[in-house]
Design a protein around this ligand. Structure first.
Ligand code: SAM
Ligand code: ZN
Length: 402
């Protein structure tokens, strides 16, 4: 155990190409295996290494595309590991500005900056994240990339992050408040994200669409448009990366991507209705049951296929502990990137109609034989996107269960 001048037990961990001092994980164990990062005096969660790896890969892919040096910020930095990794592992990063409200986090981050020889390139401040971002809202002070990785919901920081990004900048948002976003507390989702969540088998996709919708509407009031480049769900969180572009026209284009998803819990039928004030059907056209509503939320694309392909190349040339997992995730996302909105889960359909569960590959092949698009989804190992209607999905699963 390394004991520095900190008032709590610490240890050194290696992640990516950096070494950082973090609270000694053993000291904050909840059960035999489970570590409770929020109990430590400074936050560090080893489970989020994949999240940080993907942030490094995304930022490098973005930098390769725009081809100029970047000013990057992380307003809720914890022990600083994420921002320090940006400075060390992403070519073309000129400066990284870190911030945290917790003075102990700032003290530890300062130590970690010098441990990695990054004084001058990385700095850290100690203020509220919204105040920090607002100080960077003037045109010449804005960032190219802002990574918001908070406890729970990022929604309190979205407004000031949009104002602190330059035209063409990239925003990254983590949300860990999965119960509101996945339909357990739809009223909380309405409060935090301005849209109703729904507890369907594709609730993680709805969660990302609600977060994107919240970003889109927050940006629109500043005459700013957004376009997701990459998003995913993993472990206990969702993550969204979106480019922002200035201009009322961009904001209008963005708002045209808002709308609702209607879901029938009896027969799996779904409907997508664009527009913030559309006329919504109340009854399922297939079985007559009541339709449940999710939204308003983002109905546009969640992934840029080309950008995800470039991320794959970037991932394959890096030495990362999670590389196999990352390559698998990006491969799945590239495949589903242009698929229809919402996905099915074979087991849910089989359960509902008392059928044995067929192999996913058989379902995909059968749907393709019938002339429909069908791809797996990274959201669920038993899930698939298809252009086939729910009725055909049910027929295919029934036949294969036969
Ligand atoms: C989930 S942790 C950040 C983890 C970090 N991004 C990483 O990748 O390891 C959230 C951090 O936000 C800080 N925080 C909470 N409220 C804040 C606020 N209003 N302004 C600035 N920092 C805040 C906490 O002290 C904590 O360090
Ligand atoms: Zn129905």
């Amino acid at each position: 155990m390394v004991r520095l001048s900190f008032s709590f037990p610490t240890e050194i961990v290696e992640e990516g190409e950096v070494r950082v001092v973090v609270p000694k994980l053993e000291a904050y164990k909840r059960g035999t295996y489970e570590y409770a990062p929020s109990k430590a005096p400074v936050f560090y969660n080893p489970v989020m290494e994949l999240n940080r790896d993907l942030a490094v890969i995304t930022l490098q892919t973005y930098q390769n595309k725009i081809g100029r040096s970047l000013i990057v910020s992380e307003p809720l930095t914890g022990c600083g590991v994420r921002g320090i990794r940006f400075a060390k592992e992403v070519e073309g990063v000129e400066r990284v500005l870190l911030n945290d409200l917790n003075p102990l986090a700032v003290e530890l981050t300062k130590h970690n900056i010098s441990l990695n020889g990054l004084e001058g390139k990385v700095t850290v401040t100690n203020e509220d994240a919204n105040l920090f971002l607002s100080r960077h809202a003037a045109p010449h002070r804005r960032f190219d990339f802002i990574d918001i990785d908070p406890f729970g919901s990022p929604s309190p920081y979205i407004d000031s992050a949009v104002r602190a990004l330059r035209d063409g900048g990239l925003i990254a948002l983590t949300a860990t408040d999965m119960a509101p976003l996945c339909g357990v507390y739809p009223n909380v989702s309405m409060r935090k994200y301005g849209g109703r969540s729904l507890s369907t088998e594709y609730c993680h996709e709805i969660a990302i669409r609600l977060l994107t919708g919240c970003l889109a509407r927050t940006a629109a009031k500043h005459d700013v448009g957004v376009m997701p480049t990459f998003s995913y769900a993993s472990d206990h969180y969702i993550r969204l990366y979106a480019l922002i572009s200035h201009g009322a026209r961009e904001a209008d284009r963005t708002l045209r991507m808002m709308g609702y998803i209607l879901h029938c819990f009896s027969c799996f039928h779904r409907e997508v209705h664009p527009g913030l004030v559309p006329c919504l059907n109340e009854r399922c056209e297939e079985c007559g049951s009541r339709l449940e509503v999710a939204g308003p939320l983002w109905l546009g694309r969640l992934f840029d296929k080309g950008f995800c392909g470039s991320m794959l190349l970037e991932a394959s040339r890096r030495e990362l502990r999670n590389r196999r997992r990352i390559v698998r995730l990006l491969t799945l996302i590239r495949e589903e990137a242009e698929g229809p909105i919402t996905y099915y889960v074979a087991d849910k359909v089989s359960d509902r109609f008392n059928l044995t569960v067929p192999p996913l590959s058989a379902v995909l092949n059968k749907l393709r034989d019938l002339g429909f698009q069908a791809t797996p989804t990274h959201f669920n190992a038993r899930g698939f996107r298809t252009t086939a209607p729910a009725r055909v999905v049910r027929d295919v699963i029934t036949e294969l269960a036969g």
